[in-house]
Design a binder for this molecule. Sequence first.
Ligand SMILES: Nc1ncnc2c1ncn2[C@@H]1O[C@H](COP(=O)(O)OP(=O)(O)O)[C@@H](O)[C@H]1O
Ligand SMILES: [Mg+2]
Length: 378
Amino acid sequence: MDITKLNEVFSKILISIEESKSEVLDICENIRKECIDLNMQLESIKDNVHQLIKKVDELEILEKNSRKELLKVSRDFVKYKEEDIREAYEKANMLQIQLITKRQQEKEFIKRRTEIEVRLKSAEKTLEKAENLTSKIDIVQEFLGGNLQDIHNTLEDIKQRHILGRKIIHAQEEERRRVARDIHDGPAQSLANLVIKAEVCEKLMGVDIDKSKEEIQELKKCIRESIKDIRKIIYNLRPMSLDDVGLVPTLQRYIEKFQAETSISIDFIILSQVALEDSVKSLSIFRIIQEALNNVRKHARAHTVKIRIEMNTKNICINIIDDGIGFDVEKAKLQQGEYDSFGLLNMKERVDLLNGDLQIKSEINEGTKITVNIPRED
Ligand SMILES: Nc1ncnc2c1ncn2[C@@H]1O[C@H](COP(=O)(O)OP(=O)(O)O)[C@@H](O)[C@H]1O
Ligand SMILES: [Mg+2]
């Protein structure tokens, strides 16, 4: 499966978990509001029930008294008139009706109170469950989030390695093509020339001995040139002196040659030097400086270059500073790989492979400064 697709799937899972969580939080919030509302209703009903009970108690006493009064009045015909009896009767009757009504109300309120109590209990239970669910989602989110991030990082890593691998293969192919071209244009051509020159000598031998001696001189010169060419190619493949005398003397020799060929003066200073045993690192550092100087030669139009190397026990820091015309680094980075220019890219890849750090600072007409930091330990 495509890595980008996997990443999409992971992001979707995380988003959908996040959405579910926010839905559950909404539900929690609603239930919490309902609980508050139900609690308020309950308080007010309790208040009502309380007052009603008081009222019913009062009415019960009043009604009892009114019945007593009615009994008294209706027994004593002498003392009380028909009017009094009716009055007492009506009062008792009214109180009884009031009492029945209030009792009825009391019953209804108690019923509603019970109902609300049941609803409140069930809402509280649901709230507890929902809150439980959010904390579970939190755990899932944390767990998955962490793991998915790990997986995401690993996939990113694989992707980067994949890209890097392809670039390395590409760079290797480039290097091979360059070597093939060098051999084709140099030694192969010289050797073909040598065969022709040898044939000419062979023919001249019997005819003109002086001329043939001249041709042999020419032949020797040609052979020396070819040896020089071959040495150059070998040196470019891997400077032997790196293994024999180490990085710093190899660089010194290279720099001397560079100065002689270009008339650019190089100020080479080694600030501290703890010998570097690692041959891969030595070669990489050599190549980085070689590429930086090649760029100075090709593009910078510089007068002087400062090279500083600090090799301590922890890391190796290299500064290459030229006083040339400078360039737009961001633009050059974007154009990497186009027009067959891989120099800066190769530099970056070499540094990356050694877990190091490469900084290129350049301003138009202000020169270029390249800083490389490579840890000694991998
Ligand atoms: N020291 C420098 N001074 C000025 N321009 C530079 C320097 N180094 C690099 N550049 C610019 O950056 C571009 C990319 O460099 P590089 O990747 O080495 O490719 P190439 O050297 O093959 O052109 C160069 O074409 C040049 O324009
Ligand atoms: Mg270059």
